[in-house]
Design a protein around this ligand. Structure first.
Ligand code: MSP
Length: 535
């Protein structure tokens, strides 16, 4: 039985079109999901939209449409982008769907019945943007939101509260027993020191000041707080408390399924404090890991609609191809750390890694096989020389580290290790000097060995990179003459010679970009007027 793996992205607010920062998380999750599937895991990959809340209601009002019409419009933009970027999600949850409402309402009722939720009254400083209440100390003298810096408003409303105290000991025990629950680890100390140690207030889980949310069945005028609503998506999408809960049993209840939530740093608190508490209150297991990635920054701070410094994925995909954009996102910004988008880095990354390193290896190898062996990948016999042995060893180590990195969600490191192997293969060509071997008939065996090794390494690189290079890896296999039936992880990682296949020299897969012209092109994209925050 294959190992099960459930991976989720956050569900995005459909307040405006998705920018490259949103595409970042979904693409990286897609790369992990594809990598796991390639290795034989049974993967379930979820993404979706968080469609309720005051902000959406306000945006819809400003656009002169109903909130549902508003989110339907933006949802199409998300779906189109995921299609363009080759995202292989198994489901797309929208919190306005009846299946989700059903689960959320049942959970709320259960919390009420169990006494986990009680009616009180809320007074506090509220940030509409973050949909969060803050305390006097948190907002400081100027009453600014500690998360986004916007002014907060004083509010009071009757509200339901979730009792947190009861679940703190269990939460801390879970942190202790599962050291990799919050990755990178530094984020855990932040949660404990900044939020848990100072004392957690009970969490307000209903609202009465607006309507756009899931009604609390037991109390008219109350809608479920967006975060309780939103976090539930991870189980409502699997059918929890619904007629058909087979997926829930398969991917959540089975302790053998690894559950990973990937999120941006700004929403760590909800995922690593409240979500595990809600699950504990429901008597359900917690996710194995919450992987916190960094934010995509611009030179003036976080890329975000409200700052007006957004870059969109669509024009980049159109000009450079989806593979190049996916490759840039995975390799330039180390998964787990903040990174900065610059046109210079974008162009350099494509030129250095894809054009000069990988593209060059493929072109040179295919040309030499055509020139020296009439296009047929040769068989080799006899002893391997030290260079051949060295390259094989590098390839074996690469497979090992690739798997370890893939298990640990170290996406950037996994693909950097493949690129190092590609560099090693280019170096191997220089050191083996096949053009010199070709001049000496006594060296025909060595020349054959050299070509056969290069072909296997390119086959391996194409396979390992296929979760990122979703169109070009197929073209790499076409040029090597690898038939469809052989294009799999097991065959590629065997590293056996793929002798006898007929190569087919094709177009240059990664043409070198003209640095200056392309940097200017992207700069123009960045300066283009931005769409308003309406659907
Ligand atoms: N709706 C909530 C999440 C609920 S999950 C149960 C939300 N939505 S969001 O649209 O504001 O953000 C969704 C994700 O996109 C977050 O993980 C956030 O960190 C991420 N990003 C938003 N801007 C980003 C960048 N500039 N860079 C990287 N990720 C970015 O929060």
């Amino acid at each position: 039985m294959s190992k099960k793996f459930y991976i989720t992205t956050p569900i995005y607010y459909p307040s405006a079109s998705p920018h490259l920062g949103h595409a970042y998380c979904t693409t990286l999750c897609d790369i992990v999901a594809r990598g796991k599937r390639m290795r034989g895991f049974d993967v379930y990959f979820l993404t979706g939209l968080d469609e309720h809340g005051e902000k959406i209601e306000d945006n819809a009002k400003a656009a002169g449409v109903t909130p549902q019409e508003f989110v339907d419009g933006v949802a199409v933009k998300f779906l189109n982008l995921w299609k363009l970027m080759g995202i292989t999600n198994d489901d797309f949850i929208r919190t306005t769907q009846p299946r989700h409402w059903q689960t959320v309402q049942k959970i709320f009722s259960r919390f009420l019945k169990q006494g986990d939720v009680y009616l009180g009254s809320y007074k506090g400083w509220y940030c509409v943007h973050e949909e969060s209440y803050w305390t006097e100390t948190q907002v400081g003298e100027n009453h600014l939101c500690p998360e986004c810096g916007r002014p907060c408003e004083r509010k009071e409303e009757p509200a339901y509260f979730f009792r947190c105290d009861k679940y703190v000991p269990d939460l801390l025990k879970y942190y202790g027993d599962n050291p990799s629950f919050i990755t990178p680890e530094g984020r855990k100390a932040e949660m404990i020191n900044n939020f848990i140690k100072p004392g957690l207030n009970d969490l307000c889980v209903s609202r009465t000041t607006f309507d756009w949310g899931i009604p609390v069945k037991e109390a008219e005028g109350h809608v479920v707080y967006v975060w309780l609503d939103a976090l539930t998506n991870y189980i409502s999408a699997l059918g929890y408390l619904q007629d058909d809960d087979s997926k829930f049993r398969k991917y959540w209840l089975d302790p053998g399924c690894e559950i990973v939530h990937v999120i941006g740093a700004d929403i760590t608190r909800f995922h690593t404090i409240y979500w595990p508490m809600f699950l504990e209150a429901l008597g359900l297991r917690k996710p194995n890991r919450v992987f916190v990635h960094g934010l995509m920054m611009m030179k003036d701070g976080k890329m975000s609609k409200s700052r007006g410094n957004t870059v969109y994925a669509e024009p980049l995909c159109e000009r450079y191809g989806v593979d190049a954009v996916r490759y840039y996102l995975a390799s330039e910004i180390t998964f787990g750390q903040d990174g900065r988008f610059t046109p210079e880095d974008f162009v350099a990354r494509i030129n250095t890694d894809l054009a000069n390193n990988l593209g060059n290896l493929l072109n040179r190898t295919v040309s030499m096989i055509v020139k020296y062996f009439d296009g047929v990948i040769p068989t080799y016999e006899g002893e391997l020389n030290d260079l051949d042995k060295g390259l094989r060893e590098t390839a074996e180590k690469t497979i090992e580290s690739y798997e370890a990195f893939n298990d640990d969600l170290k996406v950037t490191e996994a693909y950097a290790s493949v690129m190092e192997m590609v560099s090693a293969a280019n170096k191997y060509i220089e050191q083996s000097a096949p053009w010199a071997l070709a001049k000496n008939p006594a060296k025909k065996g060595e020349l054959a060995s050299c070509m056969a090794h290069l072909a296997s390494i390119i086959f391996l690189a194409g396979e390992l990179l296929s979760p990122i290079l979703i169109t070009k890896s197929g073209k790499i296999f076409d040029q090597l003459g690898v038939p469809e039936a052989m294009r799999d992880y097991e065959t590629a990682t065997k590293l056996t010679a793929i002798s006898g296949l007929k190569v087919a020299k094709g177009e240059q897969l990664f043409p070198r970009l003209d640095d200056k012209a392309e940097i200017e092109y992207i700069q123009r994209l960045m300066a283009a007027p931005k769409e308003k925050a309406t659907a």
